[in-house]
Design a protein around this ligand. Structure first.
Ligand SMILES: [Fe+2]
Length: 267
């Protein structure tokens, strides 16, 4: 949700069908094929189960109604077609209505490995499997409702909790570290790094700490927060998160564990 995007969402026809180009479908195929290899033994069981339920096509970009049928029958969520970038108000309003925004464009091959804007591969392959999981779905819904009623400053704090769970969360299971964050699961490089590198710090998630931890969207994360199981997301969702946000605002941010972002003229 940056300021600008060079991408434009493809518009659905009157039946909600999007006419993806052959190149779009080929990019989807190559992304899925590659990432399926990378996530083996690294994605959490809940994610793998959701992926099985979704049964995504590999040879073409899925249509949103196909994803909706599965989400509807598992957690009652839906995906909603949106432009490449949407205002925060709209983002929270959708989540509060159990609608997960999906910008209907797919990255170009020039940005095959990494792009800052969330494309349909990130949203569907990265997030939708977990949206079939009741705890994850409940947490995301709760986050949307809180965000909708929050002030702009509170939203910036809230966004950090989302970042360190929905986007970059790890599970510490009896079998070892597993990924549930969609930002990691849609990135081959970070899938490997988050699990196997000894560079990042990994700490048990303390919601107040996550709210106070700065992040950058354009680098591999220097810190990940772990939970013991996705069930913990139910407990976190039921905390008085806005009281924690106010506490975090009073206490202020932790020192960043990354260098400042280089300034560019194009900001
Ligand atoms: Fe995301």
């Amino acid at each position: 949700m940056g300021k600008q995007s060079n991408y434009v969402s493809r518009q659905p026809d009157e039946n909600g069908i999007i006419a993806w180009s052959d190149e779009d479908n080929a990019v989807w195929h190559d992304l899925v094929e590659r990432q399926l290899k990378h996530i083996q033994g690294k994605a959490c069981d809940e994610y793998m189960h959701g992926l099985e339920l979704l049964d995504l096509p590999q040879d073409r970009v899925p249509q949103l109604h196909e994803v909706n049928e599965v989400l509807q029958s598992t957690t009652g969520w839906q995906v909603a077609q949106v432009p490449a970038l949407i205002p925060f108000d709209e983002f929270f309003r959708l989540l509060a209505n159990k609608q997960f925004p999906v910008a209907t464009f797919i990255r170009t091959r020039e940005e095959f490995d990494y792009l800052q804007e969330p494309d349909i591969f990130h949203e569907i392959f990265g997030h939708c499997p977990l949206l079939t999981n009741p705890a994850f779905a409940h947490f995301t819904h709760q986050y949307g409702k809180l965000g909708l009623n929050a002030t702009p400053k509170e939203r910036v704090y809230l966004a950090r909790l989302y970042w360190f769970t929905v986007e970059f969360g790890l599970l510490k299971t009896a079998d070892g570290l597993r990924i549930y964050g969609g930002g990691i699961l849609s990135s081959p490089g970070e899938t490997e790094y988050a699990i196997n590198s000894d560079k990042p710090e990994r700490k048990p998630l303390v919601p107040l700490d996550a709210l106070r931890t700065p992040y950058r969207i354009d680098i591999m994360q220097p810190i990940y927060y772990t939970i013991g199981s996705t069930e913990e997301l139910f407990e976190i969702a039921d905390l008085d998160i806005m009281a924690l946000v106010r506490e975090a605002m009073e206490l202020g941010l932790f020192e960043p564990k990354f260098p400042p972002k280089p300034k560019t003229d194009a900001a």
